[in-house]
Design a protein around this ligand. Sequence first.
Ligand SMILES: *[C@@H]1O[C@H](CO)[C@@H](O)[C@H](O)[C@H]1NC(C)=O
Ligand SMILES: *[C@@H]1O[C@H](CO)[C@@H](O)[C@H](O)[C@H]1NC(C)=O
Length: 251
Amino acid sequence: MKGLVHLMLALTAGSVAASPLHDVQTPLALARHGAKVDLINELKKAEIIPQILDDFVPELTVAAFWDHATAEVGNTVNPELTQKRPNLQLIDYISDDFVATTRSLLEPSVQFTVALTDPDAPSRDDPKWSQMCHWIATNVSLTEMDSFRDLLSTRPYQEDNALVETQFSKGMVTIMPYKAPGPPPKTGKHRYIFVALAPKNRTTETLRLVKPSDRQYWGYGKEGKGVRNWAEEMGLVVVGANFVYAQNKKQ
Ligand SMILES: *[C@@H]1O[C@H](CO)[C@@H](O)[C@H](O)[C@H]1NC(C)=O
Ligand SMILES: *[C@@H]1O[C@H](CO)[C@@H](O)[C@H](O)[C@H]1NC(C)=O
């Protein structure tokens, strides 16, 4: 427990490289995950709740990491670093103030889906083309925090995430291929939101998920339509989220 608190404090302090994380071999891929992050509050501050998602109870942590960038609940990433699809891992863990809790309420054999949406197309001020569906992946496995750390620590501490690739996202099935964030010039910061979804009825059966007919408006043909509509149609509910900001160099 002492180690865990130490870890959380280190993570809360921010800089991974300068923290004593080498000791516990927490890689950049985890970054702020496991730190005290009031996810719902962050989502509200970014107006993701209620604009894009309804209020929900987080039941897992969404780890999403590119080779040289990690989603850390509202950090800004350079879109040049997000060209390749990120690795994903859903972790059976949520942080709750300074009491870290590992929860096993979720049945790991449930089929989990992760979607990536941009509600700020072409810009946050003028989202007339939103939402834009950037990615839908399903059969994303749920792992416990300890196994996740173990997986990562089979290699020495890394300065970037590139080396951990291929160990994650095993068995993942693409529904909508990944389209890298490409915020146009002079459109400010876009929010790119990873949304973890699980079947509302918690069935462990294989789901028949339908690919949206278009990326724009998620195929629903109207401004503002998106992940909420698709999830509802597929019988899915939100169980976790993460997000980054990205903007074009030219502003
Ligand atoms: C889903 O992932 C598991 C591994 O986690 C794999 O065994 C299974 O074949 C995958 N299902 C599909 C439909 O690819
Ligand atoms: C549970 O929900 C899924 C997805 O909407 C659906 O395909 C399935 O038939 C439902 N199962 C039961 C037992 O209601």
